[in-house]
Design a protein around this ligand. Structure first.
Ligand code: PLP
Length: 361
C-alpha cells in the first residue's frame, strides 16, 4: 500500500471473518455441522421458485422488494412499510452501523457475542465496547452498566451464537427500558424461530422508538447461499437505511426464493419440530457422556470439554469420523465445540463418535 492511499481508521484492525470449515482433507463428503445450516436443505417449493426466476434474469429486479416485504408482513403479522430486505441480515446489521455510528461513537455488545459485531463497529470507524457475560448468558445489568453518552448501537443475538442461550422477554424489556433515546438496541434474531414462543423482539419494536429486529433466511429456511435477511424497525429508521442501501441489493432470484420460502409453512414446521427433538437428543446424549452443555434455544449446541486440549482432541476425532463442527476459541471458548443440530442419523453419528472418543480417553 502506498503512503497516500489509506483506509479509514479502524479498518486495518479488522481480522478476516472465519467461517465454519467445509472440508476435511482426504474425505469426500463430510457431515457439515459447522455453520448452523438447515440439515434438511431448502424446501422443494422454494427451489422451484428459484428455478422459475432464472428465466427472467435479463431484467433488473424491483428496488422496493414489495412482494417479499408483503409476504413477510403477512406471515409474521407485521407492517410491510417498516420492513427492509438485505443481502443476508449481515447487510442490515452493517447498514445500521454505517448509518448510526461513526468516529467517537461506541458500539456495545457482549463478551461472547457474534464475531461480526466488532467488524461492523470498526468498519463504521466507531469504538467497540464489550460487556461481560454471566455463565455464558448475556448479562443485562452488565450491559446497562457499559452504556455511555457515546453509545449509539447495542447488538445482541437472541438466542446467542455460539452459546445457544437466550434472554426471555422480561429480561429484554428490562434492557430496552434502560436504553437511552440516543441509542439503538438491535436484536439479532438469526435463531429467533428456534426459541419457542419468542417473536424475535417484534413486540418491542412496535412499542419503542429505538429497537430494531433483524431476521434471516440463512438458518431455518435453508437459504444461506441465497443471501436474504430482513429488518423491522420504526419508520424513520427504515427510511434512513433505505437511503444508503443499494437500490438493486436483492437479486430477482433472491426475492422470488425468499417469498416462496416464507410462505412454505409446512416445511418450516417440520424443520422446527425435528430441530427441537434432535436438539434434546443431542443435549441429553452429551450429558450422558459427561460433556457439559447449556440448554440451547437455537439449532446448535455448545459442547464444553475439560480443557482446550480435550476439545481439540474431540474435534480431531470427529474429523476422523467425517464430521465437521466449529471451534469457538475466537468467541472466548477454547474448551468448547459448537455443533449444529442435524437430522436424527446425524445426531446418532455425532454421539457415537463422541462416545468412542470418551471411551478411548
Ligand atoms: C448466521 C447469523 C446471522 C445471519 O447472517 P446472514 O447474513 O443473514 O446469513 C446473523 N447473526 C448471527 C448471530 C448469526 O449466527
Amino acid at each position: 500500500m502506498t503512503q497516500a492511499i489509506r483506509p479509514q481508521p479502524g479498518i486495518m484492525d479488522i481480522a478476516l471473518y472465519q467461517g465454519g470449515a467445509s472440508q476435511i482433507e482426504g474425505q469426500t463428503d463430510p457431515l457439515k455441522l459447522s455453520s448452523n445450516e438447515n440439515p434438511f436443505g431448502t424446501s422443494a417449493k422454494t427451489i422451484a421458485a428459484i428455478t422459475q426466476a432464472a428465466t427472467g434474469l435479463h431484467r433488473y429486479p424491483p428496488t422496493d422488494h414489495m412482494k417479499l416485504r408483503q409476504a413477510i408482513a403477512e406471515v409474521h403479522g407485521l407492517d410491510a412499510q417498516r420492513i427492509i430486505c438485505g443481502v443476508g441480515s449481515d447487510e442490515i446489521l452493517t447498514l445500521l452501523a454505517m448509518a448510526f455510528a461513526g468516529p467517537g461513537d461506541e458500539v456495545l455488545y457482549t463478551e461472547h457475542g457474534f464475531s461480526l459485531y466488532r467488524i461492523f463497529a470498526l468498519s463504521a470507524g466507531a469504538t467497540p465496547v464489550v460487556a461481560p457475560e454471566k455463565d455464558r448468558c448475556v448479562d443485562v445489568d452488565a450491559l446497562i452498566d457499559r452504556i455511555s453518552d457515546a453509545t449509539r448501537l447495542i447488538y445482541i443475538a437472541n438466542p446467542a451464537n455460539p452459546t445457544g442461550t437466550a434472554l426471555d422477554i422480561d429480561a429484554l424489556t428490562h434492557l430496552a427500558d434502560a436504553v437511552p433515546d440516543h441509542c439503538l438496541l438491535v436484536l439479532d434474531g438469526a435463531y429467533a424461530e428456534f426459541f419457542h414462543g419468542y417473536d424475535g423482539g417484534a413486540s418491542l419494536v412496535e412499542a419503542r422508538a429505538n429497537v430494531v429486529m433483524t431476521r434471516t433466511f440463512s438458518k431455518l429456511y435453508g437459504l444461506g447461499g441465497l443471501r436474504v435477511g430482513w429488518g423491522y424497525a420504526p419508520q424513520n429508521i427504515i427510511d434512513v437505511l433505505n437511503r444508503i442501501r443499494g437500490p438493486f441489493n436483492m437479486s430477482s432470484v433472491a426475492l422470488a426464493g425468499a417469498e416462496t420460502a416464507v410462505r412454505d409453512r409446512a416445511f418450516v414446521e417440520t424443520c422446527l419440530q425435528e430441530n427441537a427433538e434432535q436438539r434434546a437428543r443431542l443435549t441429553g446424549g452429551l450429558h450422558q457422556l459427561g460433556i457439559a452443555c447449556d440448554e440451547s434455544h437455537a439449532n446448535f449446541v455448545m459442547a464444553r470439554f475439560a480443557s482446550e486440549a480435550e476439545a481439540l482432541a474431540a474435534d480431531a476425532h470427529l474429523k476422523s469420523a467425517g464430521i465437521l463442527v466449529r471451534l469457538v476459541k475466537g468467541y472466548g471458548f477454547p474448551e468448547a465445540l459448537r455443533i449444529t443440530v442435524g437430522r436424527a442419523e446425524d445426531v446418532t453419528r455425532v454421539l457415537e463418535a463422541l462416545g468412542s472418543f470418551k471411551g478411548a480417553e
